[in-house]
Design a protein around this ligand. Structure first.
Ligand SMILES: [Ca+2]
Ligand SMILES: [Ca+2]
Ligand SMILES: [Ca+2]
Ligand SMILES: [Ca+2]
Length: 296
């Protein structure tokens, strides 16, 4: 059991207490979330066993995370309620995910109970080769990754993965051929356990930069076949990830035509895709199926 007080030992005033937070069967974890504390004040935390027979070794973790995740207005909200499991990607059978478009901020939650963690998988499609950057900032230390949409029996190909401390940005980036991919976010293994509260929040953004803007048929030139392709899409409402929508306003229209004409005649360097991350490292960072049994 935990309690928190303010004031001196001769005049303690209790400001919070908790027995257990009941996050699962036989899970009697105690947790306090204190907010609105005054810098400079002294606070005291008291811990006690439930009964004399349950005295022993305990672990207590104190986190002072601040509020570093502020979901911008217009964020895409994760479609998985905290504590449920509906976008577990290659950790789920059948595979489940949430589709997202690039450039839009994503706001979600992840939890970790000491062995099993929540992983969130978002799917997107590139029409042309592009550099993809996936930036994640979590209230807990987060891992970001860019992986194939093919799960390969729970082992998707990992093109980039990065980790960061709480409130720092984990940025994965890869040059990818046209195709469909996942971006991934999860708490890191070994970090403090996190239940559904303000500490479980993260924000993320996927940025897509075409490797050769205007080269829709991937031949290294912005030329007549690309113009034909562009005209064929004129007026279309599109995902803001589309290479045809240069100004990312969701439609192919005159401003995009102006940009395309400015690109006409360009030559582009040969495309070199980012090689996959070595399987062992990728598995340890991302899927880790042997850790704690079920990993989601
Ligand atoms: Ca989640
Ligand atoms: Ca999830
Ligand atoms: Ca071309
Ligand atoms: Ca446009």
């Amino acid at each position: 059991m935990l309690a928190a007080y303010v004031g001196s030992c001769t005049g303690l005033i209790q400001i919070a207490c908790n027995d257990d937070i009941n996050v699962g069967t036989n899970n009697f974890l105690s947790e306090l979330n204190l907010s609105g504390l005054t810098p400079g004040n002294t606070y005291t935390i008291q811990m006690a066993a439930w009964s004399a027979s349950e005295r022993g070794v305990y672990r207590i973790v104190l986190e002072c995370p601040g509020d570093c995740v502020t979901c911008p207005s217009g964020s895409v909200v994760e479609n998985e309620a905290c504590g449920t499991d509906s976008n577990g990607g290659c950790n789920s059978t059948p595979t489940v995910w949430q589709d997202i478009v690039c450039q839009s901020p994503v706001c979600g939650t992840v939890t970790y109970d000491g062995s099993t963690r929540d992983t969130d998988w978002y799917r997107f499609t590139l029409e042309t080769p592009a550099t993809v950057t996936w930036r994640v900032t979590g209230q807990v230390p987060a891992r970001a990754a860019i992986v194939s949409s093919a799960c390969n029996g729970g082992f998707p190909t990992v093109f980039s993965t990065a980790a960061a401390n709480a409130c720092a940005e984990a940025a994965a980036s890869a040059a990818l051929p046209a195709g469909t991919y996942f971006v991934f976010v999860a708490p890191q293994f070994g970090v403090p356990e996190t239940i559904c509260n303000n500490l479980s929040q993260y924000q993320a953004t996927m940025l897509v930069t075409p490797l050769c803007p205007g080269d829709f048929n991937n031949d290294g030139l912005v030329s007549t076949p690309d113009l034909v392709a562009f005209i064929g899409r004129f007026g279309d409402p599109l995902s803001t990830c589309s290479p045809f929508d240069f100004n990312r306003d969701g439609v192919v229209s005159t401003p995009d035509l102006v940009t395309f004409i400015g690109l006409f005649g360009d030559n582009c360097a040969a495309f070199t895709p980012t090689p996959p991350v070595a399987e062992g490292e990728a598995a340890a960072n991302l899927i880790a199926p042997s850790v704690g049994g079920v990993v989601r």
